[in-house]
Design a protein around this ligand. Sequence first.
Ligand code: SAM
Length: 264
Amino acid sequence: MLADAGSIPAALGRFDVVYARFLLSHQTDPLGVLRELRDLCLPGGVVAVEDVDITAMFCDPPSAAFDRSTALYCQTAIGRGADPRLGRRLAGLFHAAGLEQIEAGAVHPSFRDGEGKLMAALTLRSIRAAVLAGDLIDEDGFDEILDVLKNTEDFSSVIAPQGPAAPLPFAPGGSDITAHVQFGPFAEKARALGLAADGPITQAEFFGRLGMVERAARLMAASPAGAGQIEGAVQRLLAPTGMGSQFKVLIVRTPRLPSPAPFA
Ligand SMILES: C[S@@+](CC[C@H](N)C(=O)[O-])C[C@H]1O[C@@H](n2cnc3c(N)ncnc32)[C@H](O)[C@@H]1O
């Protein structure tokens, strides 16, 4: 039977297993469709859904055209009321639909060669009309991006998303959301936009300029029992091979405001 997943005829009956892949991220009412899928399922049965978080797609080495194609996909989908990052919401939607014993997982295939590396190009090509209709880019610009994506030799790998990428709301404190930020280019971009930027400087320099070592020395003198712990914490925060150099501080501000204390 061919039917709209948003209003499935009762005549279809009910099933032990109901499965949908890459369906919900195209809907304007994904919860409504999921409820339909739930109602198709017999009591005690299984509803299994796979869907994307398109922003989890990346390639190496980084490519501006690749990132732009992801942005075009997102803008087009969002403009049509869909959610290109739905994958990460799946567990929450299952909960909202009243489903029980919810399990969530993420699948993140990567392609070193073969057809998989063409996924970004094929995806973009298939949404060509929708992107152009959205006035997000002109035809020449679109084709330029597509050409880059087709030259898969330029990418050593393409990583595609297929499932919830960030189960953060369900595992507070259990997910690592560390990001490696390129502070230098970030500061340059801010300056190019007419903002003022102080730094980046390392965390060790930042805390040093704020007088961390002197403050710690005074604290240690005031509470000798805790001195060892304070010294250990200071060392950890300033470690040149760890947090002291890995973590950086960058201030982006309107040029009307003066540089804050550690940078003045
Ligand atoms: C990205 S494709 C996924 C196809 C296939 N399930 C797979 O995983 O390869 C999305 C499919 O969902 C269908 N679709 C989207 N909304 C639908 C709806 N409300 N009812 C039925 N089919 C729908 C589209 O026609 C399209 O075939």
